[in-house]
Write a protein that binds this ligand. Structure first.
Ligand code: BG6
Length: 476
């Protein structure tokens, strides 16, 4: 009993959280660059505070991040040293189409990723490419209102045609939208949506979601046409909402919370909107902007695999919203008395991963891919920048055990596992560097101080052993 022989072990990053070089080689500015660290960040990423340009009062961590743009060879060599078989990364849309609506792509941006993919191939690392990891060129936000505008589908299609053709043979695994359900909680971060006062926020979110879902099906269609070898996945932020009690009202609440996220994947994996969401939108007087051909496109172009992120389970209650919720915006939860929480309030629950795998596999009957899982923690490096991160090793080891049980005892078809943030990078929600996930320490702090030097942590050698034993040896 073990993982499949070709199991894809590796790590996952996103362009805006590690590349930096925000204005280099013709790159345009994107929503993700404009999310500052500090108390305004949550207002910005949720679309409540308008931030369409940089100002002098804020620090914007994505502008330099960990400068992977100039360090990618060193970083990929370190991934190869760990034995990575896959590296999940995202393309920055604004490197390829700086404004988003041009007819011709930026050659320097295309060349950068071609070189990066070749670097991966040199070490037999399979690139897994997220086409949009939360980023949207700011020009598309300002001129078109981002994904609330159907024209975004045309621009996204153009991006897809360019990258599928250019990277044919180099890239086989694709994800259309990172954590597509994050649009509901962090609409500016996830989809460039900022709301004017008069707007029906919920309606805009569902209209934008429809456009993303159509764009995702179109991308899947084109990917398969350009190269039948291409495998395209969706990507869900799995929240595993548990009911707070066995009160049926709480059970119903958790079912609703689950459906709120799963509806995206229902569309991407089954090809149609489920009745429960259509009914809910009807009650709210929200009309989805269906056009001729959308239904057929969705039906005929479902994804090949179900990608998802899992960090923790959450707890929901039917009682009026309580103020003691923890875990932040994207993983907001009531406290679970049976679990310990991370320093950022995310409740650590390895069995929740197995439960999630079972739910997703039962529901969609398609291969799964765990494309994010990891522990954001405060690391204390010694004078040589070395970190003894046993807490991270324990978290990952417990989650890999649970995932192994899902494969061995529940028969789940699992393609791979990419740990979030194999190298320290900027946190998506808080903008901090202090919230570290990596096997590799990067000398940089929350406000851009540091040498950017890369140093292996204790977990580096541990993960190397996990990979070389194909997940059998988790000891530490
Ligand atoms: C997911 C995102 O939400 O979780 C990543 O896809 C993100 O972009 C990761 O970095 C961890 O969250 P955070 O806020 O700790 O960076």
């Amino acid at each position: 009993m073990s993982f499949r022989k070709d199991f894809l072990w590796g790590g996952a990053t996103a362009a805006n959280q590690c590349e930096g070089a925000y204005a280099v080689d013709g790159r345009g500015i994107a929503n993700v660059d404009l999310s500052p660290i500090g108390e305004d960040r949550i207002k910005v990423i949720t679309g409540k505070l308008k931030m369409f340009d940089f100002d002098d009062q804020h620090f914007y961590p994505a502008r330099e991040a960990i400068d992977m743009y100039h360090h990618y060879k060193e970083d990929i060599a370190l991934f190869a040293d760990m034995g990575f078989r896959v590296y999940r990364l995202s393309i920055a849309w604004s490197r390829i189409f700086p404004k988003g609506d041009e007819l011709e792509p930026n050659e320097a941006g295309l060349q950068f990723y071609e070189d990066l993919f070749n670097e991966c191939r040199k070490y037999n690392i399979e690139p897994l490419v997220t086409i949009t990891h939360f980023d949207c060129p700011i020009h598309l936000v300002k001129e078109y209102g981002a994904w609330r505008n159907r024209k975004l589908i045309v621009f996204y299609e153009r991006l897809c045609r360019v990258i599928f053709n250019r990277y044919k043979g180099l890239v086989k695994y694709w994800i259309t939208f990172n954590e597509i359900n994050a649009i509901l909680e962090a609409p500016f971060l996830a989809a460039g949506l900022y709301f004017e006062e008069h707007e029906d926020v919920e309606a805009v979110k569902y209209i934008a979601s429809h456009h993303e879902l159509v764009a995702s099906a179109l991308a899947t269609k084109i990917a398969h046409e350009v190269d039948p070898e291409n495998k395209v996945g969706c990507m869900l932020a799995a929240l595993a909402p548990y009911p707070q009690t066995c009160n049926p009202e709480d059970i119903w609440k958790s079912k609703q919370a689950e459906n709120e996220s799963y509806f995206f994947i229902d569309v991407q994996a089954r090809g149609e909107y489920p009745a429960y969401v259509l009914k809910a939108l009807e009650r709210k007087n929200i009309t989805l902007p269906f056009q001729d051909g959308d239904r057929e496109l969705l039906k005929e172009n479902t994804v090949d695999f179900i990608g998802f992120s899992y960090y923790s389970s959450t707890v929901v209650s039917a009682a009026p919203k309580s103020t003691d919720s923890i875990g932040g915006v994207l993983l907001s939860s009531l406290p679970n008395p049976y679990l310990k929480a991370s320093e950022w309030g995310q409740q650590i629950d390895p069995l929740g991963l197995r439960i999630t795998m079972n739910t997703l596999y039962d529901r969609y009957q398609k291969p799964l891919f765990i494309v994010e899982n990891g522990l954001g923690a405060v690391d204390i490096p010694d004078k040589n920048n070395y970190v003894e991160d046993d807490y991270r090793i324990k978290y990952l080891s417990d989650h890999i055990k649970a995932m192994r049980d899902g494969v061995n005892y529940d028969g789940i078809d699992l393609l791979g596992y990419t740990v979030w943030g194999p190298i320290d990078l900027v946190s998506a929600e808080s903008g901090e560097m202090k919230k570290r996930y990596g096997f590799i320490h990067v000398d940089r702090d929350n406000f851009g101080q540091g040498t950017l030097k890369r140093t292996k942590k204790k977990s580096f050698e541990w993960y190397k052993k996990v990979i070389s034993s194909n997940g059998e040896d988790l000891n530490y």
